[in-house]
Design a binder for this molecule. Sequence first.
Ligand code: AMP
Ligand code: MN
Ligand code: MN
Length: 335
Amino acid sequence: MAVNSALLDTIIAQLSASRGVLLVGHVSADGDSLGSCLGLGHLLRGQGVNAHVVSVEKVPARYGFLPGVGAVITETKDFPTHWDVVVVMDCTDVRRTGFNESFLRREDHEEARGGVVLINIDHHQSNQGTLGTAWVDPRFAAVGQQVLTLAERAGWVVMPEAATCLYTALATDSGFFRHGNTSPTVLRDAAKLLDAGADLRLIVEYCLERKTLSELCLLREALSTLTQECDGRVTVMEIPFAVFSRCGVDDTEMEGMIDYARAVPGTQIAVLLRAVQAGITKVSLRSRGNCDVSVVAVSFGGGGHPNAAGCTLHLPISDVRAAVLAAVKQVLSCG
Ligand code: AMP
Ligand code: MN
Ligand code: MN
């Protein structure tokens, strides 16, 4: 796949010249945002660059196996005293990181004088490509794949720790090589990461196989809410707020749940509605074929990819259900 080599060289030069890099992904971290941040962190430190992964939230337990995860900084008091580059990964804008942009740019630091360089590495179609040194390319299945491409361009050694992180990114964003974004290049890149020492056994166990009793409780509750709309073309799942405490889980343990709604034959769009707090509802959308759900997500202030998108609304589940279904039905043209 042809990439803009000059842009990659600019990013490599900015990273290599940095005296301190912060790597940040999106809120409700997934395998791609975390794997890409941690993977690039390993690669940069391998080059002698001082790099730290930061997050506004604690890392979901399921990603506790990723090499380097224990060093993720989740409290601003633990931030390094200096940074001059911030890499915003798997995000269409700084807001998605959960951090304040002026904080990341260190605008209140005399010494930094607002001179912090922002680099945006992302593969979302909805990304306008205006954030700092922006490398946005929706042809990539995962940001982790972009990081591998960057490492190859730079000639950086991909050590096993980085390979495990980047493989996790690529595997999770492609639904373990099942989604439409799984191309021959994706599989070749996955093979390169296995060659580099990615720990496949560990990744499969944590990302696919392990289910805690709490997660299974959540699954049981969620499955009991499955309903169909639009002559079975839309399948909806709901997770009311009370379920989280009943099952002893938080909403970081939701990944993959919507796949059960998408699994039902005839479903063109799957919708998962979950109350993350009373009155705040997160919406996940998945589609089959050429039905673009990112349009629906964007219309509610969210974003994503044509077949996987999401948004968060400050309304109770029932209101969100009505609004989202109306938009979904428009996409499917089924009244
Ligand atoms: P999810 O349903 O949370 O797994 O998200 C599916 C896709 O939509 C991912 O690519 C997310 O990054 C994106 N997405 C989810 N929520 C939002 C949001 N509030 N704003 C922008 N993108 C989102
Ligand atoms: Mn993501
Ligand atoms: Mn991604």
